[in-house]
Design a protein around this ligand. Structure first.
Ligand code: SF4
Length: 206
């Protein structure tokens, strides 16, 4: 008799960036599959074209693997690392971003999730990674501290919980994030809040 084993869904690493930024954004993009393509999104895709070609190259004693698929069975996440560098048994992921370093931790969470996958796949411990920001021409080194690891695992757990619930969370209160969010025209956070208040008022009046 054949037993059919259903694999648990792996949440894409890139979607963890959205979840760390805003649970509502994650729900739109991953749970509902909705995206808005604007000039920033297209620029990001073009910037990524070379990286996404993949391949292996040597730079001195360092081996560079581009577009590496990694996953974690424990955390039920998976996706691509833009670049994984390997030198003398030390490995380090690098993520490429179109813009500039922001004040939010979403990029760090995405990179740390890559490291957690790489650690599970290789058995090695990874101390740090890097994010290269095209607009700033700046490479930021990110230490995988116990705090960042814990935050990343919390984001992953919250993402799985949100997928299981299958609901669209309310808008976040950090409006500075909304101003930078490509989904703002779809989400309409102010209107959504007004509607919530209206329905709450109607329910209280009953
Ligand atoms: S506009 Fe604000 S609340 Fe809506 S998805 Fe973007 S960040 Fe989240």
């Amino acid at each position: 008799m054949t037993t059919l084993l259903l694999e648990p869904d792996l949440i894409p690493l890139a979607m963890l960036n959205a979840m760390a930024y805003c649970p509502r954004r994650f729900a739109y993009e991953y749970v509902q599959g909705e995206m808005l393509v604007n000039a920033h999104v297209v620029e990001g895709l073009l910037r990524h074209a070379e990286i996404d070609a993949g391949g292996v190259a040597w730079r001195g004693t360092t081996v560079q693997h581009r577009r590496v698929y990694v996953w974690s069975d424990r955390l039920r996440i998976g996706g691509f690392c833009d670049l994984v560098e390997e030198q003398a048994g030390v490995i380090q992921p690098t993520e490429y971003k179109k813009g500039r370093p922001g004040q939010w931790q979403a990029d760090h969470v995405q990179l740390c999730a890559q490291a957690l996958c790489l650690e599970e796949r290789t058995g090695l411990s990874i101390a740090q990674g890097a994010i290269f920001y095209f607009a700033a021409r700046r490479r930021e080194v990110v230490q995988f501290t116990s705090v960042l690891r814990a935050t990343t695992e919390e984001v992953i757990a919250a993402a799985h919980a949100l997928v299981a619930r299958g609901v669209l969370p309310p808008p976040i209160e950090q409006r500075a994030k909304c101003r930078e969010c490509s989904l703002e025209p779809l989400c309409m956070p102010r209107l959504a809040e007004q509607m919530d208040r209206y329905w709450q008022h109607e329910e209280d009046a009953r």
